[in-house]
Design a protein around this ligand. Structure first.
Ligand code: BDR
Ligand code: CA
Length: 347
């Protein structure tokens, strides 16, 4: 399997990334860390634990709280898209007070912090089989990852790939040119883009093709898609009903804020889909940097599509440092998503 660590800020689409991380064939989720972003860090942390329980994740998967603010800038959140607590409008998620959710938050009485959790997962994986490495996935601002690579540079050898949802090629969503995750902490993103580790970016250009249209909503409720042997009517499936309300709220936000009338894009789920089924994506390798100072363009990902800069083969500061996803097999992606729902439904 691919061993995966997920750093996220749930968030409606982060929740779908968690679902895929728990139920995609070929992926073994080692743990989750959380970061400020769509909501404040306390809420994103609680939400990750609530999702793990709702998605029947193995009990030993914990949530490790991370940075509460960006490296240099004040924290910004996105209540317009995700509600005040990050998972607005979702009906049927377990409460943060429930024993099972608390268990994931306070392992052995106290939480394990994000950097320690990641470090332990990488060390343990390496020891379990010589050469076993961890794929680190990020679906929020990159503050935790930048801190991790600064504090534990010796553990970079234990990471086989870093995959992130963020940025755009000439496209923004929280400014004319910047995407939310990068805009929240551009300095962190640049630190991570400079590390000598293979990296893959899933930008807005591709995530905006993964639109949950009515036919997908119907398949979500019909439960006849499946890998599942039991066919449940929608009303009997709490999970499907919960996901229906989750995507419904996200759809309303995307309609009122961005004018997306066909449905919302499941941005973050694509990171895990990429790890599970890379053949669903068409990609190309480029030099990618982040604009840190622009008056109008701070947080923009600058992708050197015309190979203007002289770059070597390294993944670090002097190289073509990042693989960039350019197209998605949309039908294949939604088949994977609905298969994960079906697998989760019969656990
Ligand atoms: C990204 O920002 C957040 O709103 C989403 O969770 C996603 O990670 C999209 O720009
Ligand atoms: Ca996110």
């Amino acid at each position: 399997p691919r061993f995966v660590w997920l750093d996220c800020d749930p968030g409606h689409d982060d929740a779908t990334a968690i679902l895929l991380a728990v139920h995609s064939p070929g992926i073994q989720l080692l743990g989750i860390s959380t970061v400020h972003g769509n909501a404040d860090a306390e809420n994103t942390n609680n939400n990750a634990a609530r999702c793990l329980h709702a998605f029947n994740a193995p009990k030993d998967i914990r949530v490790c709280p991370g940075a509460t603010k960006p490296l240099l800038r004040p924290a910004r959140h996105d209540p317009e898209i995700h509600g005040i607590d990050g998972l607005g409008g979702v009906i049927g998620l377990p409460s943060v007070q429930s024993a099972e959710v608390r268990e994931r938050l306070d392992a052995h009485g106290a939480p394990i912090r994000a950097l320690e959790g990641m470090a332990e997962a990488i060390r343990t994986t390496w020891k379990q089989g010589v050469g076993n490495k961890v794929t680190v996935v990020s679906s929020g601002p990159m503050t935790n990852i930048a801190l991790f690579v600064s504090v534990y540079p010796d553990l970079l050898d234990g990471i086989d790939e870093f995959v992130f949802m963020g940025g755009g090629v000439g496209l923004g969503n929280r400014s004319p040119s910047a995407e939310f995750n990068i805009l929240c902490d551009p300095e962190a993103a640049q630190i991570v883009l400079d590390i000598p580790v293979k990296k893959t970016m899933i930008p807005l250009n591709v995530t905006h093709t993964a639109i949950v249209r009515d036919d997908i909503m119907r398949r979500l409720l019909s439960s006849s898609t499946a890998a599942s042997s039991t066919v449940l009517p929608a009303a009997d499936s709490k999970l499907r009903h919960m996901l229906f309300t989750l995507i419904g709220f996200f759809a309303d936000s995307y309609k009122s804020t961005f004018g997306f009338i066909d449905g919302p894009p499941l941005h973050d789920a694509l990171t895990i889909a990429y790890v599970a089924q890379p053949e669903l994506f068409t990609c190309k390798r480029y030099r990618v940097d982040v604009e840190l100072n622009g008056v109008h363009t701070a947080g923009e990902t600058v992708v050197d599509v015309c190979s203007y800069r002289q770059c070597d083969d390294s993944w670090g500061r002097s190289g073509k440092n990042c693989i960039v996803a350019e197209a998605l097999n949309v039908q294949g992606f939604f088949n994977l998503f609905l298969d994960c729902v079906a697998r989760c439904d019969v656990v």
